[in-house]
Design a protein around this ligand. Structure first.
Ligand SMILES: [Cu+2]
Length: 143
């Protein structure tokens, strides 16, 4: 092995080590998805896990999108045996925030065009004192 090869190997190794140690993003997005609804249904819900990698709370204040009339933060609850949905003003994320079926979700109403299975649609997450984060949510069947 000549010295040039050794040098380039060393460079690659350094790069691998450096990238492995690069800091995590403040806000980590995991598995964003949208529930595929039957034809003709104009509302749906989005689900995602948002991880806070900082040492201080991050506040999710609102959600917005262009492909439906309205999006908001909701929570499903059973009150006196009845399933109800409640609007949430803002959500404080200490460690992580999980949106999932039957619990907190991004409520989407007035979908303009039918959503296509497997396609992605953007939703902006609005955090307090931060730039909005545009996230691609992928349509799939709820199981
Ligand atoms: Cu809802």
């Amino acid at each position: 092995m000549n010295s040039l090869k050794i040098l380039s190997l060393l460079a690659l190794l350094t790069l691998a080590i450096l990238s492995g140690c690069s800091p995590k993003p403040d806000i980590e997005i995991q598995d964003p998805w949208l529930r595929l609804m039957p034809e003709g249904v104009k509302s749906t819900a989005g689900f995602v896990t948002i991880k806070n990698n900082t040492n201080s709370p991050i506040v999710l204040e609102d959600v917005s999108l262009d492909w439906a009339r309205h999006a908001m933060l909701h929570e499903s609850k059973v009150v006196d045996g009845m399933a109800k949905m409640q609007h949430l003003d803002e959500l404080v994320i200490e460690d992580k925030l999980i949106f999932q079926p039957g619990a907190k979700h991004i409520m989407i109403m007035g979908v303009k065009e039918p959503l296509v299975d497997g396609e992605s649609y953007n939703i902006r997450l609005h955090f307090k004192d931060r730039e909005p984060l545009e996230v691609a949510f992928k349509v799939r069947q709820a199981n």
